[in-house]
Design a protein around this ligand. Sequence first.
Ligand code: ASP
Length: 322
Amino acid sequence: MTSRFLAGAAALAFAAAASAQPYPTKSISLYVPFAAGGPTDTVARALGVAMGKALGQTIVVENVPGAGGTIAPAKLKGANADGYTIMLAHIGMSTAPALYRKLPYKPLEDFEHIGQVVDVPMTFIARKDLPPNDFKGLVDYVKANKDKVTLANAGLGAASHLCGLLFMSAIQADLTTVPYKGTAPAINDLLGGQVDVLCDQTTNTTSYIKSGRIKAYAVTSKTRVDSLKELPPAAEAGLPGFEVNVWHGVYAPKGTPKPAVDRLVSALQQAIADPGFVQKMAELGSQVVGKEKATPDGLRTHLRAEIDKWTPIIQKAGVYAD
Ligand code: ASP
C-alpha cells in the first residue's frame, strides 16, 4: 500500500468523521521534548490552555524528554497523523540535524508545520555563592577557574547547550558540562550547589532571579528584557555580538489532514492574540510572535533559515553525537 493511498484513506476517514462532528472531538496530546517544570514545559502548558480554549478541547502536555530533545520529535514522527498528537519544540529542531549523525527525522520534511509561538531570551545564572557579582567578573572567574567550573545543560542540542557552546567559544575556555533531561532538574542542582553555571531561558529563571535564590549576570538578547531590566545584554557586558534567541514552534505528524492543520493554525492564531497568554509570556521575559509567523509558512521559513545559520557554526565547533 503506498503512503499516498494511506494519506488519502486517512483524509477520507477524517472527512467522514468531520461530517459527523467537527475536529477536535477529544483531548489533544502536546509533546514537550524536555522535563516537566522547565522552560519549554512552561510555554507548552500556557499555550495548551490558550489553544485548548480556542479549540474547545483540553490539550494534555506529555513530557518526552531525553537525548537533548530529540526523542519527542522522533516519537511525533511515528504518531497517528490524526490531529490528536502535536508537539511544541524549540530552536533544537534547527540544530539537531548538524549535531546528530543518526537523527531519525528530518525537521523540514517529516512534519506538518503549524506555526511559531514565542521568542525567549536566555539568562546567564549561577549558584548563589559563586563569587563574581557581574558578567565581566563571571567571564574572568570562569577563565581563571576553567578546570573546576561546571556548566549545566539539557543535553546536546538543547538551547542551554548551544548557549554554553557559544559562551565557551567566545571566552576560549573548555568547561566540564553536566547534561540533564531538562533545565528544571539542572536548576534544582544549581540551587543545591551541585553545579556552578547555567544559561537558561527567562521562562524558567525569572522567578528564581526575582526571589534572589540564584545569581544572574546577563541576558542573551540584543536589548534588555523589560521584566529583568537590571540585567545587561551579554553583548554589551563583555561579549560583543553574543546573541541567542530561543524560538518555538508547533508541529504535527506528516499527513495530518488539512482541516485539522487549518484548525490548529487558527487556534494558534487565537492563542497568540489571547491577552492572558501574551501577558504570562511577557512576565516571563518572552515575546509572542506576530501573526504572520504563527503560520505553517512562517515556521518553515524560519526553520530553514535557522538550519542554514546553525549548521556551519556547529560543524566549525566540531560537536556531534553518533
Ligand atoms: N529548553 C531547555 C533548553 O533547551 C530545556 C528545557 O526545556 O528543560 O535548555
